[in-house]
Design a protein around this ligand. Sequence first.
Ligand code: SF4
Length: 320
Amino acid sequence: MCTLCQHYCKIKEGKTGICGVNKNVGDKIECLVYGYPSALNVDPIEKKPLYHFLPGSKSLSLGTVGCNFHCSFCQNWTISQTANIDKSQYFSPEQIVELAIDHECESISYTYNEPTIFYPYARDIALEAKKRGLKNVYVSNGYESHEVIDDMKDVIDAANIDLKSFDPKYYQKALGGNLEKILNNLKHFVQEDIWIEITTLIVPTQNDSEEELDKIASFIANELGKDVPWHITAFHPDYKELELPSTSIETLKMAYDIGKKHGLHHVYIGNVSYDTPTRCPSCDAVLIERTYFRQTSNHLNGAKCGQCGTTIAGVFDEQS
Ligand code: SF4
């Protein structure tokens, strides 16, 4: 049995599990994508999106092929929905960390496809990165096994986790996941003291009702905490959902208002040219402004509001 994600696939010898990249090779499960990133870029940390974790810093970002979900609207489907591994170039964990240092990155992000399915590789990179003073960031659909989250607490510093819907049937049928397990995992991340931010991609007709957004915002506020940022991002037609329209600004603003109604301190609209700054939850001063994932101003004093001195939730450089 593979114990990397909540599918806990029982894999016959010579076969792979649901993700297509973890294989039973007889005496163990082998992660076939170990050492073979399919994408490797230097991104602003804001692109993950993480707005309260080392803002303004660069993150070496990598993903492999494969995924444990099969979302019809996936915006990275060319790598997530294939198991064809390009083995033309091997990157050891040490080489990845060297690349990050060479490109002045403060962190390494495991992203683009679902990092849980390549956790053995991500973990080895992350441990090497820690030795060299770098942080580690995880961008995930939230379907990790309990074992992986337990392990992550000493390895991963921050995570952006999707909460794609609040409808159990939708999670099961359309995405191939389980809502209850994801909600429990989100609470598990908070218990382990890993900094998390939540993302909901708002897909027209699928998860954009007021009622559903209300449930999502209520869960974040009441079960995770009002300091946990909520990113509400716009869908653009992609993969198998080419007939659906892009998410309207009106819908995004409705979600924003719902988040604020539930008392969330930090709600962000993303994937559109409409930037929502970070504001102080006490005095409402604008603290960080951004344009297209790039920080354009920062009025924080370390982790405190530059105006009233309130401590802002997140992980900030002392000098930021
Ligand atoms: S990572 Fe998840 S989907 Fe892939 S084989 Fe393991 S349990 Fe199955």
